[in-house]
Ligand binder design. Structure first.
Ligand code: G6P
Length: 368
């Protein structure tokens, strides 16, 4: 087992460090000589896309969080309304589905029972099924009309890392592919985003250099009873994924909140020295996030910020800040999640937990 960890102490750390390569593989394998996206197993035509009036993205756990980012990408690029839902809830609320519905299922393993059940429900009502999965020939792939395989390679640690970032890349590519067919964005913008995606692996590498800073923060939070993540827009989605990562392997109670919702209840939970991790990568929301950081600090919180380089440092009064490289707002989730993965990892290691096999959890949940 030590050998398969490739010199790393845990599979999770190995998989975190594999992300630049996994992102590169997922992206570059789908670009032709002209730099256009070619998706061999997706057969959506312009006619098909013009017919689609609604998209559901259905998934569980980390894959669901990828779906939340996918909504932004598809609505922005392909201009089709998207509703993400957790697979275990989807079929119990009689979702409106007809033959103009596309259901996108996201699943690392391709074997999650709730996700499969959602696929079957949607299919029986006439929806087309497009899946994003990491396992070739998995049940989810076999039951779908269109498939996008992420090239993350096997993911062993229960806490998902490289599967998530490659799911994000897959969702951006599916969204851009749809947009290109529909001509809903300009050629220039299409190529601009693809170019920016090519720069992501090196930017993820840059974040690895912050490991020591992140370890220091792990020491600060390790004995806390509660940690909060806050963010706005796509930083809220990262907050949810960061909170899931931290709670599942450190066993510290962690919650994510939309920063704008703080004043509607959450702020009552902030006590002296409660760690609040604020994710701030979205230029247009930065000043609002700065105010939220000030609000929690005024109630005694220990504020830790994950901030994009280039945003005005003089406004940021957090107690600790981890900077991530400059990146387009829409692609930021690929970077902002990386410090949250490392923070969860180091906190779990410091606490002496079984990082790769956290208590009560399974890698793939094949029962409903
Ligand atoms: C389990 C795993 C999670 C994963 C979720 C969905 O809960 O512990 O890491 O995100 O299942 O799995 P899937 O294979 O469908 O992506």
């Amino acid at each position: 087992e030590a050998a398969s960890k490739g010199g790393y102490d845990h599979f999770m750390l190995k998989e975190i460090y594999e992300q630049p390569r996994a992102i590169k593989e997922t992206l570059l394998r789908r670009l032709d000589d002209n730099g256009r996206i070619v998706l061999d197993d997706i057969n959506l035509t312009k006619e098909d896309l013009d017919k689609i009036s609604k998209i559901y993205i259905v998934a569980c756990g980390t894959a669901y969080h990828a779906g939340l980012v996918g909504r932004y990408a598809i609505e922005r690029f392909a201009k089709i309304p998207v509703e993400p839902d957790v697979a275990s809830e989807f079929r119990y609320r009689e979702p409106f589905i007809d033959e103009n519905t596309l259901l996108i299922a996201v699943s690392q393993s391709g074997e999650t029972a709730d996700t499969l059940a959602a696929i079957r429900e949607a299919k029986s009502k006439g929806a087309r099924i497009l899946s994003i999965t990491n396992v070739v020939g998995s049940s989810v792939a076999r039951e779908s009309d269109d498939v996008f395989y992420t090239w993350a390679g096997p993911e062993i640690a229960v806490a998902s890392t490289k599967a998530y970032t490659t799911q994000l890349v897959a969702l951006y590519m599916v969204a851009l592919h749809m947009a290109n067919i529909k001509k809903s964005i300009s050629e220039d913008y299409y190529f601009e985003i693809i170019e920016k995606m090519k720069a992501l692996p090196d930017k993820v590498e840059e974040i690895f250099k912050k490991s020591d800073e992140i370890k220091k923060i792990a020491e600060i939070i390790k004995d806390k009873n509660s940690v909060f993540y806050i963010g706005r827009g796509l930083d809220y989605q990262t907050s949810m994924e960061g909170a899931l990562k931290l709670k599942e392997i450190s066993y510290i109670h962690t919650e994510a909140f939309a920063a704008g919702e703080l004043k509607h209840g959450t702020i009552a939970l902030i006590e002296k020295e409660t760690p609040v991790i604020a994710v701030a990568s979205q230029d247009y929301l930065y000043e609002k996030m700065v105010s939220n950081i000030q609000e929690v600090k005024a109630r005694g919180a220990y504020a830790i910020a994950i901030v994009k380089e280039g945003l005005d440092e003089s406004l940021n009064h957090a107690d600790e800040t981890i900077y991530i490289p400059e990146v387009d707002n829409i692609l930021a989730p690929v970077l902002t999640v990386v410090p949250t993965q490392l923070l969860a990892y180091y906190t779990s290691v410091i606490k002496g937990n079984d990082v790769d096999k956290p208590r009560n959890l399974a890698k793939s949940v094949t029962v409903e």
